[in-house]
Design a protein around this ligand. Structure first.
Ligand SMILES: Cc1ncc(COP(=O)(O)O)c(C=O)c1O
Length: 360
């Protein structure tokens, strides 16, 4: 067999380490999941749908695409669904990158952009973050004649930071027509910042070199079902549609996704939980003498010195977090928000691990 070197050389995915596989004893604060659980409406719809799983799903996911389009005043032809937005990243890389082409992205952002670019034999061009935030003008500066994709993660995973509308407009003005800008908005529903860019009008005006990626894995609490989606020009969606597996979005994901969209209470609760948790972690991490990074998401990152050792210590106390040196954010850990009681215990554990004395 002839293996492709650039695939064989990729690192294997390492799932978060759980103590002795006793998963129920471990509080997982390492994957930015929804601590409140799945949308109850989605759960109810799933119960009803179980008896129909001998049928193939709708390969076009039409009902879901119609609902997603209607919410933002776009036609279903401007919506593509995927097996998580992770699959969308792979589809984009397959569809736009040839060997030797370049994809511009931040250093210290969602790792899929890097790995999928490498998986199709293309060249990642990585631009350092500035103050833990995407440096959009430096990303534009990094575009060459070989650039085909430019990834912006807004809010950024793993730092939780955002870019505002003015700098995003400036970026879109500078990007040549033949470079596709991929804006990953996986955490958009948690954002409070008033000048967060609304890029949907660009699509309504017919802009062709822009795709917005979103997911049901975060605010809707459906990470395990694998459901992502993208908004883009219908010609772009039509092109990507040819590259995807016919049944990439399973039947249960489609049904649960539709129900979750209408679950206004669950969305509101999840948003309030993230907002309250941000205030809690800002206050408590600061009280430990740390400097948490300003987050607009359901997680927070903070510099702790030796991130691997601190993450190991926390694991011994029953919490998994993500050390970020390997993500290009040295010395930081990323903490996904748990429920309040877990968050309280987590802060106590972190104080122990860092040997910080706390005022009770
Ligand atoms: C920025 C970002 N994009 C995409 C994803 C992947 O989402 P999905 O579960 O839909 O594949 C994540 C998941 O953590 C993420 O943080």
């Amino acid at each position: 067999m002839h293996f492709k070197d650039y695939i064989a050389n990729l690192p294997a995915y390492k799932p978060p380490k759980l103590i002795g596989q006793q998963t129920s004893d471990v509080v997982k604060l390492s994957s930015n999941e929804n601590a409140l659980g799945p949308s109850p409406r989605a759960l109810a719809a799933l119960q009803m749908a179980l008896e129909t799983i001998h049928r193939y799903p709708d390969s076009g996911a039409l009902a879901l695409r119609q609902a997603l389009g209607a919410r933002v005043d776009l036609p279903p032809e401007a919506v593509l669904c995927s097996n998580g937005s992770d699959e969308m990243v792979l589809l984009l890389c397959m569809a736009f990158l040839r060997e030797g082409d370049e994809a511009v992205m931040a250093e210290g952002t969602f790792i899929s952009y890097l790995l999928r670019t490498l998986a199709v034999g293309s060249q990642p061009v990585r631009v350092p973050l500035r103050s833990y935030t995407h440096d959009l003008s430096a990303l534009a500066d990094a575009i060459t004649a070989r650039t085909r994709l430019l990834f912006v993660c807004n809010p950024n995973n793993p730092t939780g930071t955002t870019n505002g509308a003015d700098e995003m407009d400036a970026l879109l003005t500078r990007v040549p027509d033949d470079v596709l800008v991929v804006v990953d908005e996986a955490y958009v529903e948690f954002v409070a910042r008033a000048d967060y860019p609304d890029l949907l009008p660009e699509l309504r005006k017919g802009r062709r070199n822009l795709i917005l990626m979103r997911t049901f894995a975060k605010i809707y609490g459906l990470a395990g079902l694998r459901l992502g989606y993208g908004y883009a020009h219908p010609d772009l969606i039509n092109y990507l549609d040819r590259a995807r597996p016919v049944f990439n979005v399973n039947a249960l994901a489609q049904i649960a996704g539709l129900a979750a969209l209408d679950d206004i209470d669950h969305v509101a609760r999840s948003r309030a939980h993230a907002a309250d948790s941000r205030i809690f972690f800002d206050r408590e991490l600061t009280a430990l003498g740390l400097h948490p990074i300003n987050s607009e998401t359901n997680f927070i990152a903070v510099a702790v010195g030796d991130d691997m050792t601190v993450a190991d210590g926390l694991r011994q106390c029953g919490f998994t977090v993500t050390p970020l040196t390997g993500w290009g954010v040295p010395g930081c850990i990323r903490i996904s928000f748990g429920i309040p009681e877990q968050n309280e215990r987590f802060i106590a554990a972190l104080a122990d691990v860092l040997s910080v004395k706390r005022d009770e």
